[in-house]
Design a protein around this ligand. Structure first.
Ligand SMILES: Nc1ncnc2c1ncn2[C@@H]1O[C@H](COP(=O)(O)OP(=O)(O)OP(=O)(O)O)[C@@H](O)[C@H]1O
Length: 595
């Protein structure tokens, strides 16, 4: 998949279709009873409210001429009861719609997040993380109102329309037909702007996504920005993106704004026609039209156009929401490329034999990063992988944990093809320490326990002692309970590495992967750590990637990798004797240290 960036609009892979709306209905279905209750209350309240103009008509045409105060009083009391019922229903509706809306977006957000947890590294490799966040937070939020209020209002308004039409026809058929003449004009407006409006909202959602992507990138990179005094340049870029967002928003709402005034104009024109023709017909002695009829009818006209206005607004919100829904469902539908194969079995208890058989791999189609890799590590052996930057060392260990699927060939653990076992059973038996020693917000204890949620405090402390982290942790104010921020900004790079190291150990794994585990640790600590490490690696198969060759000299096998190929392999002594790439590298580091 092509890589995306903050200034590149994302292209929708699947167009939105009506089935997506059906799918959305699935989220609404659990609340159908509450919705039905709200709709019932809203309908009864609007049906009752519809009687008020009718009361008015009777009062004007009959009670006032007959000075019938008793009936007037009775109608006033009915009107009060109706107003009371209307306000109670409205209160009920607000409460329930908010609850429903929040429940639905909670479920949607949960589904996206749960799916994001499953998506492979390759998904995150190809897009800015800010563009993922915007889907989970902003887009889902924007749907809340549509999913609760919007749907209930639409159903009640559609029913209201039927009621109103019934009352209007009941009062006067001719005046009703005049009123209906405005509808085709409105339909024409909708048809004319629909496509442009939809595209405009899609563009707006892209611009919002771009802005978010840049914001997330800027926050993550703030230290580099300030080191290179790029603040004003970054502000310019942000300003440009923000302006793009503002313009796209203004363009999109311009179409929305066309709807409200169109409805107003059409309703005013039809009302004017009704007054002019109604009064003419009344003065001309048309028996069916009285002052009371005209007063009641004009009250119904405004009520007739109100729901149409709300429906037009719902239509606007729907088009806006569709542009968000497309993205939300696209994320939920994103294929989990690294997943359990059909009929995948649990990985038996690992002994530790690892075999690469003719493995070819590239991160992108047509790219070759690992070129026919073959090797076997016996249980308990320590394997070091060395080589220049970008040679493919991390890629090899990524394939052992099946973070990516191999292009061709296969990776076997204990003679089991790892693509045939469940990912969970595979990874839970490995201890992986990546180059990026990520620290989560929480206590140091929590961060180490991330490697094994069942571990006791004592286990955590033991792991920390093993990697020489205990002393520095105890020197901190809160010891193991010290709160650290996301990314571990209170910790030095070496301290972060030690915590990640302890985390990787905690699972007591049969396979241990250490990718540049000690690159930021001072030499003194490293020497102590190395001594402990020898003990620690006993009985485990380990893969150690290191640029500092002093750290891997004792490995059972050292593989020198370059351009995706294993160029040399053997013990430290064997490789030195070979006088090849490894020996050159070792000697150059040795010379460098001597200088
Ligand atoms: N996520 C990715 N998407 C695309 N290409 C990648 C990705 N990760 C690494 N590469 C490419 O794969 C090649 C091997 O990368 P790898 O991280 O395995 O190198 P390495 O030997 O571990 O390097 P280093 O010593 O710098 O950590 C590099 O050329 C790199 O550009």
């Amino acid at each position: 998949m092509a890589r995306n960036k903050y200034d590149v609009d994302e292209v929708l892979e699947d167009r939105f279709d009506v089935n997506q709306l059906k799918r959305l209905a699935g989220y609404i279905r659990p609340y159908r009873k509450q919705m039905a209750a709200v709709i019932f209350m809203m309908l009864t309240s609007s049906a009752l409210a519809m009687l008020v103009p009718r009361f008015l008509m009777t009062v004007m045409d009959e009670c006032i001429p007959q000075k019938d105060m008793k009936t007037i009083g009775l109608y006033s009391f009915y009107t009060f009861l109706i107003a009371l019922y209307v306000s109670v229903s409205l209160r009920f509706k607000i409460k329930i719609t908010n609850e429903i809306g929040q429940n639905i977006i909670h479920k949607l957000r949960y589904d996206i997040f749960a799916h994001l947890q499953e998506l492979p590294f390759s998904y995150y490799d190809t897009r800015p993380h800010g563009k993922i966040q915007v889907r989970v937070v902003n887009y889902v939020n924007s749907l809340s109102d549509l999913l609760s209020n919007g749907i209930i209002n639409t159903i009640t308004d559609l029913c209201n329309l039927v009621f109103i039409l019934f009352f209007m026809l009941w009062i006067n058929v001719r005046l009703t037909l005049i009123c209906l003449c405005g509808l085709p004009v409105l339909v024409l407006v909708v048809v004319l702007i629909k496509k442009k409006q939809r595209v405009a909202w899609q563009i707006q959602s892209n611009k919002q996504s771009n802005l978010n992507a840049y914001l997330a990138e800027s926050i993550n990179g703030i230290r580099v920005t300030q080191s290179f005094t790029r603040e004003s340049r970054n502000t310019d870029i942000f300003n440009q993106l923000s302006r793009g967002y503002r313009e796209s928003w203004m363009r999109a709402v311009k179409f929305n704004f066309l709807m409200g005034p169109s409805v107003d104009i059409i309703s005013t024109v039809t009302a004017a026609f009704i007054y002019v023709l109604g009064i003419q017909w009344m003065l001309g002695g048309d028996g069916g039209i009285t002052v009371g009829v005209l007063v009641a009818f004009t009250a119904y006209i405004s009520r007739f156009w109100n729901p149409i206005n709300t429906l037009a607004n719902f239509y606007n919100s729907l088009l806006t929401a569709i542009s968000y829904l497309e993205r939300i469902f696209e994320t939920i539908d994103e294929e989990v490329q690294v997943k359990d194969a059909e009929g995948a079995v649990e990985m038996p208890l690992i002994e530790g034999k690892i075999q690469f058989k003719d493995v070819v791999f590239g991160y992108e189609d047509g790219q070759i990063i690992l070129d026919h890799i073959n090797f076997t590590a016996s249980p308990g052996e320590s394997f070091a992988i060395v080589g220049p930057t970008g040679a493919g060392k991390t890629t090899i260990v990524n394939l052992i944990s099946r973070f990516y699927n191999v292009g061709s060939g296969a990776v076997y653990i204990d003679d089991v093809d790892i693509s045939k076992v469940t990912i969970r059973s595979l990874r839970s038996q490995m201890g992986i320490m990546m180059q990026d020693s990520f620290i989560f917000s929480g206590t140091i204890m929590d961060n180490i326990r991330y490697g094994n949620m069942q571990a006791s405090d004592e286990d955590v402390i033991r792991a920390a002692r093993t990697v020489c982290a205990h002393d520095f942790i105890m020197r901190m104010d809160g010891g193991y309970q010290t709160q650290v921020n996301e990314r571990g900004s209170r910790l030095s790079a070496g301290q972060r590495q030690l915590i990640s190291f302890a985390r990787a150990l905690l699972a007591d794994p049969k396979i241990l992967i250490l990718d540049e585990a000690t690159s930021s640790i001072d030499t003194e600590t490293e020497i102590v750590l190395q001594r402990g490490l020898r003990e620690l690696l006993k009985g485990r198969t380990s893969f150690i990637i290191a640029h500092r060759l002093s750290t891997i000299q004792n490995a059972d096998c050292i593989m020198y990798v370059d351009q995706g190929k294993i160029l040399e392999r053997g013990t430290h002594e064997e490789l030195l004797e070979l006088k090849g790439e490894y020996s050159n590298l070792y000697l150059s580091q040795f010379e460098f240290l001597k200088k």
